[in-house]
Design a protein around this ligand. Structure first.
Ligand code: FAD
Length: 470
């Protein structure tokens, strides 16, 4: 069938308003968020219903047309960008954006895949509940993309990854069959948990069209402290104390080095030096509860007092107002943007058994400095989840193509070190195109074999997001 006949069939089955095929309309759907990958597509489809997704996939399957699912395009691994093959079909979920239900008795929210995460969080908030998934891209990313990447974010230490927040999903399999797994049951021990296969599958097994999510009580009472630490080992000891004494109130436990503070102060507006002197590391801790602000602040002050006494931190600044709380968070939140402003760099999103983070940071730095003594590591991340963004910037004065020329060798060093400590090469961003080579190198061969068998079973024609993940 010719391309124009195929486009005509798509328009006939889905309705012409669902099919974009002129170059100008397709452009916004062809590149990834970072601008690292740009491809081509025969058409971009914008379905409004699960039936339209089903018809589109059935047709693409019949004609062996590669399909690239696309959410908010905030993924950092190039997963939602098509490759250079002119025959791709991109399916954007942006028009499937209805909240189907919010139930404050069962504490569930059912939403279509194209809903923007931030809008869902606000809808839950208005209903008096919390949807705890929270990340800096939440006003652009879609819940379908969050499920497809099993997103993490800042509240994982308390509520877990996306996977743990999902009760059910609706999805369309590559042949067009609709998987009706949109249950809201808390307990359902009836065999294999098939929805979990699609969560984190990065669009390689089917298209998620809706999700049933868990809601929690609103935890609006917040208290934040920024603690200065002399080393990752001290950050780890402080984490143990906070975990033991604050229990489920521990909502975020973020770490960043003193160098990250320098970078933020150099590039971000409205950020202040947190202490009289610079420290090797900082930990940002947030506690949250449903009520009793005074009790929460007293708890935080008590635990930080103990930490100072036991020399588990060097100094501490507790937020006394919402403005101070936001100012402390800004130091952490501006790091990525400051590093971007500093120029091209090499990103790693790794996780480690938390107890090995201090040793990893010493040995990884030794390895990268053996290659380039004056490299500038900027290390920060969700320490409480064992997740570090181990990012490397070029030596001062090096040309801007430095990262592109040395990235591969440096990444090999970092990821080898991650493997040595039993960590993962991708903590929360997934694999996409960016990490595929390292994924294939580091993943256990049996696990890879099983993944390929699952892929072949669900997507025998191999149309779903080719060149990504596997
Ligand atoms: P996209 O980028 O559109 O797609 C991602 C992948 O999912 C692609 O492979 C795509 O094909 C597939 N996909 C998308 N929608 C569907 C669907 N409906 N069905 C099947 N497959 C689909 N991530 C974190 O985990 N934690 C963070 O703290 C975090 N912070 C970030 C901060 C910034 C500033 C940015 C830009 C990104 C951040 N990310 C973070 C990464 C990104 O936001 C997440 O990976 C997010 O879950 C991607 O959602 P999306 O809708 O943008 O998906």
């Amino acid at each position: 069938m010719s391309n124009s006949d195929f486009l005509a069939r798509l328009a006939e089955r889905l309705g012409a308003d669902c099919v974009l095929s002129d170059e100008a309309s397709k452009q916004p759907y062809l590149a990834d968020w970072r601008g690292l990958y740009k491809g081509q597509a025969l058409a971009v489809l914008r379905p409004r219903t699960v039936e339209q997704v089903s018809k589109a996939l059935a047709l693409c399957s019949e004609h062996r047309v590669p399909v690239v699912p696309r959410g908010g395009n905030t993924g950092l691994c190039g997963g939602a960008a098509p490759d250079s093959g002119a025959g791709n079909v991109v399916i954007s979920l942006e028009r499937m954006n209805a909240v189907r239900s919010i139930d404050t008795t069962a504490n569930t929210l059912v939403a279509e895949a194209g809903c923007i995460l931030g809008n869902l969080r606000r809808a839950a908030q208005q209903a008096g509940r919390l949807l705890p998934l929270s990340l800096a891209a939440e006003d652009s990313c879609q819940i379908g993309g969050n499920l497809a990447t099993n997103a993490g974010g800042v509240n994982v230490v308390r509520y877990g990854m996306t996977r743990e927040l999902v009760l059910g999903i609706e999805a369309v399999l590559p042949g067009g069959e609709i998987f009706n797994g949109l249950r809201t049951l808390r307990k359902d021990n009836t065999g294999y948990d098939l929805k979990q296969l699609l969560i984190g599958s990065e669009g390689t097994l089917g298209i998620i069209t809706a999700a049933a999510l868990r809601l929690y009580p609103r935890a609006d009472v917040r208290a934040v402290v920024l603690a200065a630490v002399d080393s990752p080992a001290q950050a780890l000891a402080l984490y143990e104390l906070l975990f033991a004494q604050c229990g489920p109130r521990l909502q975020a436990y973020e770490f960043f080095t003193g160098d990250c503070v320098d970078l933020v102060l150099a590039h971000a507006e409205g950020v202040q030096e947190p202490f009289a002197q610079r420290h090797p590391g900082y930990v940002l801790v947030e506690l949250a509860d449903t009520a009793d602000e005074a009790a929460l602040s007293a708890l935080l002050e008590d635990v930080i007092g103990q930490a100072l006494e036991r020399e588990l931190c060097q100094d501490a600044a507790v937020s006394a107002s919402l403005a101070q709380l936001q100012a402390l968070w800004k130091l952490r939140e501006e790091i990525s943007e400051a590093q971007r402003a500093d120029g091209p760099h090499i990103k790693h999103d790794v996780s480690l058994p938390i107890e090995h983070i201090p040793a990893f940071m010493v040995s990884a730095e030794r390895r990268i400095r053996a290659l380039h003594a004056d490299i500038r590591p900027y290390v920060f991340g969700h320490f409480g989840d064992g997740n570090l963004h181990y990012n490397l910037s070029r030596p001062a004065g090096a040309p801007s193509d430095w990262a592109a020329r040395h990235g591969e060798a440096l990444t090999a060093e970092v990821l080898d070190e991650v493997a040595r400590y039993g960590g993962s090469i991708s903590a929360e961003h997934g694999i996409g195109q960016l990490k595929r080579e390292y994924f294939l190198k580091h993943k256990d061969p049996l696990e890879l074999k099983l993944m390929r068998q699952i892929k072949a079973l669900l997507d025998p024609a191999g149309i779903m997001n080719p060149g990504k993940l596997l």
